[in-house]
Each structure stands twice: as structure tokens, then as C-alpha cells.
Design a protein around this ligand. Structure first.
Ligand code: AHR
Length: 632
């Protein structure tokens, strides 16, 4: 137990301080966390996504040279109006092996020997009888790695599902679908998942990448963006209802970051992932306006509307309320029933809801934000609403956003900043002067510009001060979370990956140390650094927290400076001090990075350290030290 004394009064801090922010940016969803291996599976890519793309992107017509057929992209009789494009194969001569299609995945399809892959496709046999279909994974020379065969006979769209057992490793296989008979057949939703996904959910997530995210032990996850949420025009606003239900009926969409969203990773999957990793879900919905209320005027085909027309806002507000019912309502409610139908009758326990992202605080915004805020607040006072205060703490939107938050008594506002590491070191006192009676703060996006150890340590120093101010800073999430190498639209990121490997940065390990060693009570004054004038030193930071659930006490000492630091921790207030504790250190040359070429350049090193009531320590230059004292 911890006994307080008068000067060093423990204070309660947010139990949800350190979480993650997932944005579908840099192929974070399709080609990333979403385990689908087929790119453009539903032929919905278009030049609007990316000017070089169309329905056949990542696809090729396939014949052995003897066969002949006509391939066309059609929209006349789709599986569902939400998924308008499909392929019509008109096979006039099947040749020796058949005629069909080949997909190259996202930079190739990675497969492993001995593993099974779940293949499925929707086919509509328009003419021809009992068409023999073969689906195979092949290497670049056409060598078969695994295959399966079946017969398609039904008129009208029917889903066929097969398992493919793979016998050889290959990082860039292709999937070939061949039909060996004359006939006309519609093809859509060609899909391939590894049998093993994270927690083995169907329509699931890539296991290795999801596990690295889970290992942060984040207290919450904000999703699905960022700018992605409000889009670059009213038509591009992310609508959660378009992303639930059978995948072949979801409404796909252009991604603001110049690619495509199949929305196979949709709101159900986001909630499920949050639950799987023990993170509170923090969905962010657009505040009825798109990016900077611009109406996406720089986009070809933009309507220029700055916000959702007022006569459509009632329906939009209802969508917001319906999301709360979808997450928390009983399985008998209209939207709760949809969650139950997807396999989750129990609620997802939604507690936080973000409204708006980095918006310009104009009249157009304010009118719509107020409508949404008032409706949610009235119908669901239990939901903690997170408002927005613009893209940076420097602009006029910041002031206006705070003013609006004051007027409405918004519970939490979302501040964002991307800055140099020096900024983080200079601004450690930022929240000391925040008025505790105003809105609390969620730092929804922050990062120093870089992935070196020095960047990560500047963030670590700052984070010790966030813990110190954890009564007013309720939540914080580094941004962005993940990025596919070769498709990054934003740098730096917390985790990089390719088709087969995941590369956590040094910043990742810092985030992990703070999230996995979070507390809900801040214990001031226990650690003193030698030569420290005040606790607000500019290159080092210390914090001590208690995790009430375990009773453990955690000391953090972050040193972004060039010299080692000595200090003393007064542990006499800890009633029964154990003999030793776990000591974890991240330290190296400040310029070092974990990259694809050297993924383990800096890793946390753990050992055991002997404790004393007055524990004298020395931490190296450029280091983060975390000491976890177990309550036993
Ligand atoms: O994190 C990348 C982008 O940065 C987010 O989409 C946006 O909110 C911010 O400007």
C-alpha cells in the first residue's frame, strides 16, 4: 500500500491515458491490417481512387494461349446495387487449361508452406452447364503452390468457398482462377484470406500485425481516421452504416489518401478488434463537414458544399445516434440486432465518441456540431463526447474551438500536433496551466518528426509530463499507427510493415512502455534527479504512477540528454517494499532507428534490480528507464 504525506499528495489521473490512433492511411486497412490478400476483389477500383486505376487494376486476363474469351466489366446485374461492378467472362474456346483471371494481390500474395487459405468467389453462370473452375496460387513462373477445383452451375449469383492448401513458401504469389468450359459467367468478390487470422475471426485481421498492435496494450483505439473520417468533400465523408453487414453489400469508397477503401474492415471489425485487444473503442464521426469545410473544392467533380445540407442533417444526426445503439443497444433494438446478426449479441460498451477532426471552426461547422452534440448529449448523457479544436494549437481555430467547447461544456477536446523533438522538450509544462474546470484534453494525434531514438525519447520525456498532468489530459495517441512500406502517404509512423514482416519503430517501444506500465494515480516527488532545478527540466522527465488494479508502482525516467543522470527514488512510502523490481531500459545512440534493414537496432532490455527504501540510481544518456515494483 502507498501512504501519502502532506507535501506529496497522490492525485487521480486518467486510467485511459495512453492508447492508439488507427487511420486508414498508407494502406493501413486494405493491404494492411485487413487480412484480405486479393487486391480490388470486387472490381470497384476507379480513376477517382487514383488516376491510374480502374476495375481491372491488379487483375489480368488469363489463358494458356490456346483458349479464347472476352472479358468485360459490367454493371447491369450486380450481386448488390452497393457493389455495382463485376466481370463478365464470355469463354468461347476454353483451350487446354481454361480461361479466366489472375490477381497479383498487394505487391504479390505472400503464402506459407503447410498453411491453408480460405478462397471464395461469387459466380453467376449465365450460359453453359456445370462449369469446371480451378483456383490456384502460382509463383512468378507459373509453378503451382496449391490449388482447389469445383463446379459452378447455378444461374444467379452464388458464393463458392474452397480451402487451398499451400505446399511452398512464396512472398509474391498470384491467384489464378480458370474456367474450363464454354460459357458466360459473372465473377465478383474474389477473396483469399489466410485461415489463421487474429483471434481466427472470419473476415479477420492480419495476425502478425494485429499482435504487434495488441502488444502495445493500448487503453483505447481511435478509428477510422483522421482526415479519412471527414473526407475531402461531403460525398467522401466516412459513413459508418456503409461499412457493416455482408461484405458484398458494403459501400466501397475512395480513400482521401488516394487509394480505395473496400470497407471490409468496417465498424463491426473495428469494434471487435478493440474488444480483442482490451482497448476502449473511440470512433470518430465527421461533424457534418468535410476537410476544413472546404467541400473539397480542389477536387474534380466537387459539389463545393461546405457541409452536409441542413435538410439532410436530421438524418445524419440520426446516424450518429444509431451508432450508439449499434454499439451499446440490446440485441433486440434495430441497430443492436445488426450487431447481433454479425455475431456479437453483447454490447461493445462504447464510452467515448469523437465528433469532428481538425475542422475549421466556422459557422458551417458550428451549426452542425451543435446539432450533433445536443442530440447525443440529450439522448446519451453517459457518452463522453470528444470535440475538435482544429489542426494545431497555433491557429485561430484552436481558440474558436475552445470557446465553443466552453459554451457547450464539451467533456473533452481533441488537440493535434506534429512537431520537432525540441518542441516536445520545450513544451513539457503545456498542461500545467490548463484550467481544470474547462474541458479535459485528448491529444488525438501527436508525434515528433522522426523515428530516431532521439525522437522517441523526446516523446517519452513529454509523456512523463502527460502523466503528471493526467488529471486534465485524459487520453493521448501517437499518430499515425501503421504504414505499408512502399505505400506510405505520411511519415513518421509508429509501425511499418510489408507483406510478410512487421517493423516496430523505437517510438513504438516507448509507447508500449507507457501504455503497458500505465497507472491511475500519480505519485509526485518520489524521484529526484541530481542537479535538477525543478521537475520541469527540459531534457529529462520523471513520473511515478500506481496501477490500482495490481497495486504495482511504476517509475519512469526519460533522459533525452547527452549525459547520464543520477538520482534517488524515495520508496519509503511504499509499505512493503519488495526486494527487487523489473527494470526495462531503452537506450542507444540517439540517431539509431529500427528500419527494415535493421529492425532490431534498439529494443527494450529487461532485467531485475535490487531495491532499497532510498534507491540511488544512474540512468544512461539517451535512455528511457522503467521500473515496475510489483505489489506481489
Ligand atoms: O495522421 C495523419 C493526418 O494528420 C490525419 O489524417 C489528420 O487528422 C492530421 O492532419
Amino acid at each position: 500500500c502507498f501512504a501519502a504525506n502532506a507535501q506529496n499528495k497522490p492525485k487521480k489521473i486518467s486510467p485511459d491515458l495512453f492508447g492508439i490512433f488507427f487511420e486508414d492511411l498508407s494502406y493501413a486497412a486494405d493491404g494492411g491490417l485487413y487480412a484480405e490478400l486479393i487486391q480490388n476483389r470486387s472490381f470497384e477500383y476507379s480513376p477517382a481512387d487514383n488516376r491510374d486505376w480502374n476495375s481491372l487494376t491488379a487483375w489480368k486476363y488469363q489463358t494458356d494461349g490456346f483458349g479464347y474469351g472476352i472479358i468485360s466489366v459490367e454493371t447491369a446485374a450486380p450481386i448488390h446495387p452497393n457493389n455495382p461492378h463485376y466481370i463478365l467472362l464470355d469463354i468461347q474456346d476454353e483451350g487446354q487449361k481454361g480461361v479466366g483471371l489472375e490477381n497479383s494481390g498487394f505487391d504479390g500474395i505472400p503464402v506459407k508452406a503447410g498453411k491453408n487459405y480460405d478462397f471464395s468467389v461469387f459466380l453467376n453462370v449465365i450460359s453453359g452447364e456445370s462449369l469446371p473452375v480451378k483456383v490456384a496460387l502460382v509463383d512468378k513462373n507459373g509453378k503451382e503452390l496449391g490449388s482447389s477445383s469445383f463446379t459452378a452451375a447455378d444461374k444467379g449469383w452464388k458464393k463458392y468457398a474452397e480451402q487451398i492448401h499451400v505446399n511452398f513458401d512464396n512472398d509474391s504469389a498470384k491467384l489464378v482462377l480458370l474456367i474450363k468450359a464454354k460459357g458466360k459467367v459473372g465473377v465478383d468478390m474474389v477473396s483469399l484470406f489466410p485461415e489463421e487470422t487474429f483471434k481466427n475471426h472470419k473476415n479477420g485481421l492480419r495476425a502478425d500485425l494485429a499482435q504487434v498492435i495488441a502488444d502495445i496494450k493500448p487503453k483505447f483505439m481511435r478509428f477510422p481516421g483522421g482526415c479519412l473520417t471527414h473526407g475531402d468533400g461531403v460525398a467522401n465523408i466516412y459513413r459508418w452504416k456503409n461499412t457493416i453487414g455482408p461484405v458484398e453489400q458494403r459501400v466501397e469508397q475512395r480513400n482521401i489518401w488516394n487509394y480505395h477503401q473496400s470497407v471490409g474492415l468496417g465498424y463491426f471489425e473495428y469494434f471487435q478488434f478493440c474488444e480483442d485487444i482490451g482497448a476502449k473503442p473511440v470512433p470518430v464521426l465527421a461533424a457534418g463537414v468535410s476537410c476544413q469545410n472546404s467541400g473539397g473544392t480542389w477536387k474534380i467533380g466537387s459539389t463545393g458544399q461546405k457541409g452536409i445540407p441542413m435538410d439532410e442533417m436530421k438524418a445524419y444526426v440520426q446516424d450518429v445516434l444509431d451508432l450508439i445503439e449499434y454499439a451499446n443497444g440490446p440485441a433486440t433494438s434495430t441497430w443492436g440486432a445488426k450487431r447481433a446478426a454479425a455475431g456479437h449479441p453483447a454490447p461493445f460498451n462504447l464510452e467515448y465518441l469523437g465528433i469532428g477532426n481538425e475542422d475549421k471552426i466556422t459557422g458551417v461547422f458550428e451549426e452542425r456540431f451543435r446539432m450533433i452534440y445536443d442530440a447525443v448529449h440529450k439522448a446519451h448523457p453517459e457518452i463522453k463526447i470528444i470535440g475538435t479544436v482544429g489542426p494545431s494549437p497555433n491557429g485561430e481555430d484552436f481558440e474558436k474551438g475552445w470557446k465553443l467547447a466552453d459554451q457547450l461544456s464539451v467533456g473533452i477536446v481533441d488537440e493535434h500536433y506534429y512537431e520537432k523533438p525540441q518542441w516536445f522538450l520545450k513544451n513539457t509544462t503545456r498542461y500545467d496551466s490548463y484550467n481544470r474546470r474547462r474541458s479535459k484534453v485528448y491529444i488525438g494525434e501527436y508525434a515528433s518528426w522522426g523515428n530516431t531514438l532521439y525522437n522517441a525519447l523526446a516523446e517519452a520525456v513529454y509523456m512523463t509530463h502527460l502523466e503528471r498532468n493526467g488529471d486534465v489530459v485524459r487520453m493521448a495517441s501517437y499518430a499515425p499507427l501503421i504504414a505499408r512500406i512502399g505505400h506510405t502517404s505520411w511519415n513518421p509512423n509508429l509501425i511499418y510493415f510489408n507483406g510478410t514482416k512487421v517493423f516496430p519503430t523505437v517510438n513504438y517501444y516507448v509507447q508500449q512502455q507507457f501504455a503497458a506500465n500505465a497507472g491511475d494515480v500519480y505519485l509526485p516527488g518520489m524521484v529526484k534527479l541530481k542537479g535538477e532545478k525543478t521537475t520541469l527540466d527540459t531534457t529529462a522527465g520523471t513520473s511515478v504512477v500506481k496501477d490500482s488494479a495490481t497495486g504495482d508502482i511504476i517509475l519512469k525516467i526519460a533522459n533525452a540528454g547527452t549525459t547520464q543522470i543520477s538520482g534517488q527514488a524515495d520508496l519509503s512510502a511504499i509499505g512493503k517494499l519488495p526486494e527487487s523490481a523489473t527494470l526495462t531500459v531503452i537506450s542507444d545512440n540517439p540517431e539509431v532507428k529500427n528500419g527494415a534493414d535493421n529492425p532490431q537496432a534498439v529494443l527494450p532490455q529487461s532485467s531485475t534490480v535490487k531495491l532499497q527504501k532510498k534507491w540511488a540510481f544512474t540512468v544512461p544518456a539517451h535512455s528511457l528507464t522503467v521500473v515496475r515494483i510489483s505489489a506481489g
